[in-house]
Write a new protein. Structure first.
Length: 746
């Protein structure tokens, strides 16, 4: 985890100034290389880099992105220059392209960046890391024929990435290999040495200074190993400002080729920027998001300025941004400073900068690439499953073997295929539920159901067996394709009737003139109530408590249940429970409206009025099971054990007192009451209540003997959520309530 983000200006400077130097050393040759490859003046690349750093850096809301000339724009610039035949006319096109980007920002076109999948972004970052390593290997060993910043697989000189590496084996330069290997080792072990404490002296700056100094030593003492001029940075000489600036050709404003070029530049530069911004935000350890529309505005201003004074197109660049973050940058001050260093270095430090060996810069970029493309990245994506790993891998390979935009398009295409496949295979969720109304199949539709789901839905409907109870739940669905609605309508009107399927369609207002088509409801009718054996009811309650404990309660359609129970009720059980707020029977037994009759009284005590309520439930309403449910850590029991007899509470305590005595608790011991002792008394009190209920109700006792009514005790553990039921008493069996200190009824 990164340190807390500082907001002190001096702290910003502590991190950003050194990081800006690291970016500067990387950006310098890349700016020159992109300009060279684009067929533009070398100075135009440095101008673009400075504008991207200063102007875009000031206007952008990104804290880490570094903008400048990008390798992905090389082909576009070459094509536009070939069409326009004039660099001043190209400058006009670039200026207009910047205006297009500004308008796109105001029109909020940047929202498309939100639709780029994370696995595609990770594939881009990994690919950039691999490309940095592969492309810099020739420079690291002394072959500098390809320009810095050439990131396309097929190079301008006719070679490709791998043929260039093979070719480099014939051009080994011992001095370049020595400096690149030494620089890489320094960068690799830097954090394990005392040098890491030199915050104002980052490792990349150290190896640059080391490279210049080491090459000077080699020149003096080992000239055969010294790096020659062609293997060093080469800044063009500028004698006056007129050579640096190129102004637009305004006379070409009516040339349609200028406008076509401007539109092309705007589209490609905007796409690259949005993709790179997403990638940079993904690298940012502080996860500071960049508003994409504001970024388009900033890039548009930058390209307008570049077009006005002779620069080449600017975009956000992942390579420089990743180096910026790896160097410890905390704010966009690093980006702005790097732009200033480009201007200062170009005008005043060209003599020193021209002594930097390209092999040293290659080592810096190789290590940056290594951090982006570690093996851990591949293993992490693989663990996420093939739907994430395959698009990631395809994106990575496509970018390596083509270019950034082509690779992103290919990777996105594969990602869409997996998305469609997932949508086709999982257009709904099918769950088999065992309820008091019998086995029920519930088909839950997703938020969006398109025509692509037709085949899978039709196949599932045809698989439904005869006489099944089916709920098709579309209550959370915001869009259903009319073709799919028609499938459900045909099924409802024909096949469901032919197969005797009881169908309940919820939330699909297109059916039944805006009303849900209800063939059955999730509540008991009188016939089903009377056909349920007490043991079956007990099993339903046990299964309901299991769902409650697992956090997977059954779906309840309360609107239907309210309507279905408004005129009559046919509950399956009556529960005499305590008034404790944690023991709502309907909740912990996962029951719906109309399933239970709940009688609540402190301490589960049994009075004549409670007995009368139970008899009404059994004799008049038709309930077949009575549950007396106590619970752990009972407050009423605790108050009784502490001897609380204030007000009318004494009537509750007096009913619990026999159980306290049965537990063997003497008066002096009531100051040392433990949770285990409270639970023991609660279970004894539960036994006492069950026995008293039988004793006070001849009707209930007779029903138990005849096997018409079941009586069972249950103990709810407030710690685990589990209800443990005793052996049910009916048909004259002897009632025994074992007690243990484990808060469970065996």
């Amino acid at each position: 985890m990164p340190d807390k983000l500082p907001n002190n200006p001096s702290t910003w400077f502590r991190y950003d100034a050194p990081a800006s130097l690291s970016v500067f050393f990387v950006a310098l040759p890349l700016c020159l290389g992109v300009a060279l490859a684009s067929g533009a003046p070398l100075a135009s690349g440095l101008l673009a880099g400075a504008i991207g750093g200063i102007a875009v850096g000031i206007l952008s809301s990104s804290h880490a992105s570094v903008s400048g000339p990008a390798a992905g724009m090389v082909a576009v610039v070459l094509t536009c220059l070939d069409q326009l035949k004039s660099f001043p006319a190209f400058g006009l096109a670039l200026c207009i392209a910047g205006l297009f980007q500004i308008v796109a920002g105001y029109l909020k076109v940047g929202l498309i960046s939100a639709y780029i999948p994370k696995n595609i972004i990770q594939g881009l970052l990994t690919a950039i890391g691999i490309i940095l390593i592969l492309k810099q290997i020739p420079h690291a060993v002394g072959l500098d024929r390809s320009y810095e910043g050439d990131f396309s697989f097929f190079q301008k000189d006719g070679e490709n990435t791998f043929s260039e590496i093979w070719k480099a084996t014939s051009y080994f330069t011992p001095g370049a290999i020595l400096l690149s290997l030494t620089s890489a080792i320094i960068l690799l072990i830097w954090d394990k040495t005392p040098l890491k404490k030199l915050v104002f002296f980052p490792p990349s700056l150290f190896v640059v200074v080391f490279g210049i100094g080491a090459n000077s030593v080699l020149s003096l003492y080992f000239p055969e190993l010294a790096i020659a001029e062609e293997h060093m940075v080469h800044l063009p000489s500028i004698r006056n400002g007129d050579q640096l600036l190129t102004f637009p050709d305004w006379s070409s404003i009516l040339n349609n080729k200028v406008w076509i070029s401007a539109f092309t530049i705007a589209v490609v530069a905007s796409l690259e920027t949005l993709i790179n911004i997403e990638a940079t935000d993904n690298l940012d350890p502080y996860r500071r998001g960049t508003p994409p529309n504001k970024e388009l505005f900033a890039q548009g201003i930058g390209n307008c300025v570049a077009g006005l004074i002779g620069g080449i197109p600017i975009t956000s660049v992942v390579v420089r941004s990743s180096v910026n973050l790896q160097a410890g940058a905390r704010s966009k001050a690093s980006t702005i400073l790097h732009g200033i260093w480009l201007l200062i270095g170009f005008f005043f430090l060209s003599g020193i900068l021209n002594q930097i060996p390209l092999a040293v810069l290659a080592a810096i970029l190789i290590m940056a690439g290594y951090k982006l493309a570690k093996i851990e990245v591949f293993t992490s994506m693989y663990k996420k499953g093939f739907s994430q790993f395959i698009p990631f891998l395809v994106t990575c390979l496509a970018i390596v073997f083509t270019d950034l935009l082509t690779g992103i398009i290919i990777g996105s295409g594969v990602s869409i295929i997996f998305l469609l496949k997932s949508n086709l295979e999982n257009p709904f969720m099918v769950v088999e539920e065992k309820k008091h109304i019998g086995e029920t199949m519930r088909i839950t539709l997703p938020n969006q159901v398109s025509f692509l789901n037709k085949a899978r839905i039709l196949k599932q409907l045809r698989k439904i067996p005869k006489k099944e109870k089916v709920i098709i739940d579309a209550t959370q669905t915001h869009f259903i394709d009319p073709d799919v609605v028609e499938i459900f309508q045909d099924f409802m009107n024909t096949e469901a009737k032919q197969k005797g399927i009881q169908l309940n369609i919820l939330g699909m207002t297109a059916l039944g003139e805006g009303q849900d088509h209800i063939e059955f409801t999730g509540v008991l009718n009188k016939e089903a109530q009377q056909n349920l054996h007490p043991a079956e009811i007990l099993n339903l309650l046990k299964e309901g408590n299991k769902r409650f404990m697992e956090g997977n309660p059954s779906h309840k359609y309360f609107g239907q249940q309210i309507l279905a129970t408004s005129d009559n009720q046919n509950p399956m059980a009556v529960v005499v429970s305590c008034i404790d707020s944690r023991t709502s029977p309907e909740l912990i037994l996962d029951a719906g409206i109309g399933d239970l009759i709940s009688i609540r009284i402190a301490g589960n005590i049994i009075k004549e009025s409670i007995v009368g309520s139970v008899e009404i439930a059994c004799s008049e309403i038709g309930v077949n099971l009575v549950v007396v449910m106590g619970h752990s850590n009972c407050g009423a029991v605790t108050q009784a054990m502490h001897g609380n007899e204030s007000g009318n509470i004494k009537w509750i305590s007096s009913e619990i007192e026999p159980s306290i005595k049965n537990a063997g608790l003497r008066e002096p011991e009531r100051t040392e009451i433990t949770p285990a002792f409270i639970n023991q008394v609660a279970m004894l009190n539960l036994r006492h209540s069950v026995l008293k209920l039988k004793r006070l109700s001849p009707f209930l006792e007779e029903g138990i003997k005849k096997g018409q009514i079941g009586l069972v005790a249950g103990f709810y553990d407030t710690t685990t959520g589990k209800v443990t039921f005793d052996k049910m008493e009916y048909s004259g069996s002897t009632y025994v309530l074992p007690v243990s200190e484990s808060s469970e009824i065996a």
